[in-house]
Design a protein. Structure first.
Length: 251
């Protein structure tokens, strides 16, 4: 799994109206080497990790996200916008479908509201790359709380983390919820870096998915997958959720 932000921002595919189709992986373009190491969920708390179909002016895309309240999904801004500067547009709620099941297409949920961080600029990688979605109905699965700013001192180099999402695998598959472990290699005021050691980590389609901490047996969303090297083999960058607590809580 890995986010791809170079020549290809996300993984693109096409489909028509009607029922959600199966994804034809052979028709999905991607750049670079897929990543090994993803595992199927082994804990019910992964139910809060969601998949998303987003239709924008330049195509239809796959992203991931996390349910952080019964009707609120946290994801990446670049998942729901197209264009830059004055031409930047945000996807309409009707152009986004959220999926709660183990594979894209399972347990669809409609979206009623989309909010992009006001400081987001597509030209600045890894800066304010956050979005919030409000679901029409309460989700039937429990959310994962975001890490409060009062616990930010626990975010240090070497802290173990969990990544999860519906993105590309080493087998060329996409659209199945997977997770992989890692650790923080750098912590800045608003960002978190991880190294892609042993060819494990996030890849295309995982954008917006969570970086999860397990502190004392309690899970917290500590980050959202934002960007990394295009080959999915070097490093990844996530937005540091605790730095955006007031913006998230105001939604």
């Amino acid at each position: 799994m890995r986010t791809i932000l170079s020549a290809v921002l996300l993984l693109t595919f096409s489909f028509g109206c009607g029922d959600t189709p199966a994804i034809d992986v052979s028709a999905v373009p991607f750049k670079g080497q897929p990543i090994f190491g993803g595992s199927l969920p082994d804990d019910d708390r992964y139910d809060a990790v969601v998949g998303m179909y987003i239709t924008l002016r330049n195509g239809t895309f796959i992203c991931s996200g996390t349910l952080i309240a019964p009707r609120v999904v946290l994801s990446a801004a670049h998942c729901v916008v197209s264009g830059r500067g004055r031409r930047m547009t945000v996807a309409a709620p009707s152009d986004i479908t959220v999926f709660l099941g183990p594979a894209l297409g399972d347990s669809p949920e409609a979206v009623s509201e989309v909010l992009v961080h006001p400081g987001y600029d597509p030209r600045a990688l890894g800066v304010n790359d956050l979005s919030l979605l409000r679901l029409v109905d309460d989700a039937a699965v429990p959310p994962i709380d975001t890490l409060p700013a009062s616990m930010a001192n626990l975010e240090t180099v070497g802290t173990p983390v969990i990544f999860a999402g519906y993105g590309l695998t080493e087998d060329g598959d996409i659209g199945t919820k997977l997770w992989v472990g890692g650790e923080l290699s750098d912590v800045t005021s608003t960002g978190l870096r991880n190294e892609q050691d042993d060819l494990t980590g996030t890849c295309g389609g995982d954008s917006g998915g969570p970086l999860i901490y397990d502190f004392g047996g309690t899970w917290y969303v500590g980050g959202t997958t934002s960007w990394g090297d295009s080959a999915c083999t070097d490093y990844g960058w996530s937005m540091r959720v605790s730095a955006f607590e007031s913006w998230i809580d105001a939604f």
